[in-house]
Design a protein around this ligand. Structure first.
Ligand SMILES: [Zn+2]
Length: 418
């Protein structure tokens, strides 16, 4: 029972499961005049149709005409905040009219408004929101996404967000990987260190006992959590079996990237203000430098993570949406790639690997997904385009026509298959 995908203009993919550093990040494998065979949810063959071996050929029961599409791996969005309720579109307009983020926060807006709405929502509502966002993600080519808590900011509401992610995973077209981000901020009712102690003594043990999160994350920033508080939370998470991730050096240099590297964290994220020492620390580590250019764009900042410096120093770089209602309201990895190239001067090849294989690597899934290779899960995107360059060249439109996850169509002809 195999599916043959034929009539592809091109197949473009990073190779292997190991991360690519420096010049190697530019190396994509491309196939022309080739086909893909998918069997039992995995890639069974990639190459010229005439060379399919008989054992595989005999199992082909279905034939799909890709009508000249370009095949790329499904995007891996390794940093999102999708279990939220309520939008902040009016706040967005206030920023456009000249109010600052602190003006808006002082009047009860900002993250506090999302915390209020998320606390007020039921687990079922949050789960439905996650599925809705995952459907949009799928239509834009994402097949795996990380999803963080962090808008509950108390035990019950953090657990509710994580349970909502787990419930959404049952019907989501996108594979979801949960992260506990109780240390996203201090709750409005408690700005003391007691909150850090509660995260360590109450929340992390409960999350671990219910197996609700794979990763534990902390927002290290001036006025939020210090490096020391972040270190304590991440160590507690690691003792409970959750691998660290770090919101690092986003609004100021707080040495978060170095902390992430020293803890062998899966990723250090944002990095707009990373220092040269932080870049060197990441380059010498296996911690992925996860860059979120849509956030800079949406906040109308001209400050982007220093992609070229990170790549040239030898860091492993990835790209994600940061999808959240305040600072990056998008599910599209295509616009992230467009910003990575046009604003951060990454090449198209570099940004495609960063948006696929390296996201998988940071989620500890690179052996399973992130590239089009025999044996990996058949997470595949067919673009309505003659080559992968169109991902950037033909900007601002959705090029995704068909999406398979685990070998099953979840989007066909641009439509989500519900
Ligand atoms: Zn974030």
């Amino acid at each position: 029972m195999a599916l043959l995908i034929r009539n592809l203009s091109q197949i473009a993919t990073p190779a292997g499961s190991a991360p690519k550093r420096g010049r190697k990040l530019r190396e994509l494998v491309t196939y022309e005049k080739s086909v893909i065979v998918v069997r039992e949810g995995r890639f069974a063959y990639i190459g010229p149709e005439n060379d399919i071996d008989d054992a595989v050929r005999e199992t082909i029961t279905e034939d799909f005409d890709a009508r000249g599409a370009t095949a790329i791996p499904g995007f891996i969005d390794s940093h999102t905040h999708i279990p939220f309720a309520g939008y902040r579109e009016s706040e967005f307009n206030r920023r456009l009219s000249g109010e600052t983020y602190s003006d808006i926060a002082a009047s009860g807006g900002g993250i506090a408004s999302t915390v209020r709405a998320t606390r007020a929502a039921s687990e079922e509502e949050l789960s439905a929101n996650v599925v809705t966002r995952a459907r949009t993600m799928a239509r834009y080519g994402t097949t795996t996404a990380e999803a963080k808590s962090g808008y509950g900011l108390n035990l019950e509401d953090e657990l509710k967000q994580l349970r909502a992610i787990r419930a959404a995973g049952e019907t989501s077209p996108v594979r979801l990987v949960p992260t506990c981000l109780a240390a996203h901020d201090f709750p409005p009712e408690d700005k003391s260190n007691a909150w850090v102690e509660r995260i360590i003594d109450e929340i992390i043990p409960r999350v671990a006992a219910e197996k609700l999160a794979v990763f534990c994350d902390v927002f290290i920033e001036r006025g939020v959590f210090t490096r020391e508080q972040g270190d304590a939370v991440l160590r507690a998470g690691a003792r409970a079996g959750m691998t660290p991730r770090v919101h690092a050096d986003e609004l100021s240099d707080t040495d978060g990237a170095s902390l992430a590297a020293s803890l062998d964290a899966a990723s250090a994220d944002h990095l707009m203000h990373i220092s040269d020492a932080g870049i060197a620390a990441l380059a010498a580590s296996n911690t992925v430098a996860n860059m979120l250019p849509a956030t800079s764009f949406f906040l109308m900042s001209d400050r982007y993570a220093p992609a070229r410096k990170l790549i040239d120093a030898g860091a492993v770089v990835s790209l994600s949406t940061d999808c959240n209602p305040g600072t990056s309201m998008t599910e599209s990895m295509q616009i992230v790639m467009q910003l990575a190239t046009l604003q951060m001067k990454m090449t198209v090849e570099e940004s495609l690997t960063a948006a696929t294989l390296h996201g998988a690597y940071s989620l500890r899934l690179a052996n399973e997904t992130g590239s089009i290779e025999t044996g990996k899960r058949a997470d595949l995107v067919l673009l309505d385009a003659p080559s992968y360059f169109h991902l950037v060249y033909h900007f601002g439109v959705n090029l995704v026509r068909d999406v398979l996850r685990d070998g099953r169509f979840v989007v066909r002809g641009g439509m989500y298959l519900g």
